[in-house]
Design a protein. Structure first.
Lengths: 276, 301
């Protein structure tokens, strides 16, 4: 059954959605969407370096994404420019360096569109092993780090004062992001990875009563979007990444419709005064 | 009344000549005080005087750039920060907020929430609370974990006057029941909790320290605040012998001007005379006039 490229893409895509769900929740809670984008864009530099130095593709992408995030931390500490200006510089310079290096390597032919927007034909059986192996690792790490991650998201100083270690947690979080980007790149594509992190989490928000519920729901919604998107991609012969994002946005728009609003939420909206 | 202080009790935290520097500027320096079990220390001072910085240095969130901060090994801290904004994308009920930094039993959560009077809001999302309700929820969270040291950075901000009295009474009860030490930052320059053992007045350094006078002893304040408030609040009356000029320099009482003020710069306590006239020109904004509670002076509120 795994011979079928479509089934392979489906299994891989669902694996990615499951690990992207909880991580994506933290990306929106911590307002790190642009940061995720920057790490994802740096993946193309990772692709170029892997071809140049003949390294493993995922390893090379992971290392470059991790280095870029550490570089950002270092530049933030120097405090000369605002974070979003730094992110803009890092994001586009990593992407451009990647494209320039690829252009110089006239002896290799790479499917640039496949890297940028995802390619369901590219998933091999060993990719599935890596995706599910990595996915289980990511889920275990998030469960293990859940309390310090959540506490330092609410307030890092509070977490620090009460004996949790927000600095170390933040570092682990960035490594997990780099790992997910390296794994997800083939299916969703470099330019669209962040949307698989953010859109399912944002969709899950309205139906969630606790952070834990939101994390699980984001995984489920992500898996639905991947399934819908891949079927669309197969049917209309569209690139897999954009098709998945279109499906995710469709679910997000549905979540905005005022159907099935929870009674508690409705009560809060109708309470006159007293609430901000 | 319970008294937890004894000579052999080790202080929970001890700051000696502690200073914190950021971007080449001393936020605060030369800070000396210690908190023992059962003791309440209140920090006062104008905006930017280093109150929060001092509290953060005391609990280890900030590392001191000079001097020493010693904490009892294994010290368990309960912290209510001055500002805490929960992003609306994070679905967090009051109940879930309680176990943010460590697990608690259902009974412990319930007890803490009912002690601060917000048990009925347990299922509400924190983003829907008013400022005062949120402060009570944060206080409940800090006390539920039964800390050795409770650090409250302006815990009564956004709470109305009778709520403020109720919270101070609650803080007193917590201290009497559990014997924890309390570091309290007051948003008010002169009015502190009556139970305060030591008031430390900061303005980039320790301007002065002392014990507050119970408001209940002053008929004027009793009239102003009412009997119940008067037994809970205290007044710390003091003024300083130097003025902080707008450009950061310091004008001393003898007319000399220096770049900084020094830890040794003194203070005048109005120990003998409660009513005093202090000029408007005191830049510290610290002076107290007992014959009227001047709202204009509440710059820090």
């Amino acid at each position: 059954m795994l011979d079928d490229f479509f089934v392979r893409a489906l299994i891989a895509g669902i694996g990615i959605a499951v690990m992207a769900g909880p991580l994506g929740c933290f990306v929106i809670w911590r307002r790190m969407a642009y940061f995720g984008d920057t790490m994802a864009h740096s993946a193309l530099l990772g692709v170029a370096l892997s071809l140049l130095l003949e390294l493993n593709l995922m390893l090379s992408v992971f290392i470059v994404a991790a280095v870029v995030s550490v570089l950002l931390l270092f530049l933030q500490r120097r405090g000369a420019l605002s974070t979003d200006a730094l992110l803009g510089i890092l994001s586009h310079s990593a992407l451009s360096f990647g494209l320039v290096i690829v252009a110089f390597m006239t002896w290799v032919r790479i499917d640039l569109v496949g890297f940028l927007f995802g390619d369901i034909l590219a998933v091999s059986e060993s990719d599935i092993d890596i995706i599910w192996g990595g996915g289980i690792l990511v889920i275990f790490a998030i469960v293990y780090l859940w309390r310090p991650l959540l506490a330092s998201t609410v307030n890092p100083e509070l977490a620090e004062a009460e004996g949790l270690n927000p600095e170390r947690t933040r570092l682990f979080f960035m490594l997990l992001m780099a790992l997910v980007i390296a794994i997800a790149m083939k299916i969703v594509g470099i330019l669209l990875i962040t949307s698989l992190l953010i859109i399912p989490a944002a969709t899950a928000r309205r139906f969630s009563t606790s952070p834990e519920v939101m994390a699980v729901l984001a995984s489920v919604i992500g898996a639905l979007a991947v399934t819908g998107g891949l079927f669309g991609s197969l049917h209309w012969d569209t690139p897999s990444g954009p098709s998945i994002v279109v499906a995710a946005v469709g679910l997000f728009v549905l979540s905005l419709l005022p159907i099935g609003r929870r009674p508690m939420e409705a009560a809060h909206h109708s309470t006159p005064g007293g609430h901000r | 009344m319970l008294n937890f202080r004894s000579p052999e009790t080790l202080p929970l935290v001890n700051l000696s000549n502690a200073g914190v520097r950021r971007n080449g500027r001393w936020l605060v320096r030369g800070v000396e005080f210690s908190i023992s079990p059962g003791e309440i220390v209140t920090l006062i001072g104008p905006n930017g005087s280093g109150k929060s910085t001092t509290a953060k240095a005391a609990i280890g969130v900030l590392k001191p750039d000079e001097g020493h901060v010693e904490r009892k090994p294994g010290l368990k801290v309960g912290y209510v920060p001055q500002k805490l904004a929960v992003d609306w994308t994070l679905p967090l009920t009051v109940e879930r907020l309680m176990t943010l930094t460590g697990p608690l039993k259902g009974r412990e959560i319930e007890e803490a929430l009912s002690a601060t009077g917000v048990l009925h809001l347990a299922k509400a999302e924190v983003q829907h609370l008013s400022g005062g309700e949120f402060q009570r929820a944060l206080l409940a969270r800090a006390i539920a974990r039964k800390p050795d040291l409770l650090v409250l950075d302006e815990p009564v901000q956004g709470v109305d006057f009778s709520g403020e009295i109720a919270l101070y009474e609650l803080i007193k009860q917590i201290r009497n029941r559990t014997g924890c030490g309390i570091l309290l930052i007051s948003h008010d320059l002169h009015i502190v909790m009556a139970e305060t053992d030591t008031v430390v007045c900061l303005n980039g350094h320790v301007c002065c320290r002392g014990t507050p006078q119970a408001v209940s002893q002053s008929p004027e304040y009793q009239k102003l605040f009412g009997r119940r408030a008067a037994s809970t609040l205290a007044v710390y009356s003091h003024h300083h012998d130097h003025t902080h000029l707008p450009d950061g320099r310091v004008l001393h009482a003898d007319g000399s001007i220096t770049e900084h003020c020094f830890p040794g710069d003194g203070h005048h306590h109005d120990d003998e005379e409660n009513v005093h006239d202090h000029g408007e020109d005191c830049g510290c904004g610290h002076h107290t006039r007992l014959h009227g509670y001047d709202v204009k002076e509440k710059r820090d509120a």
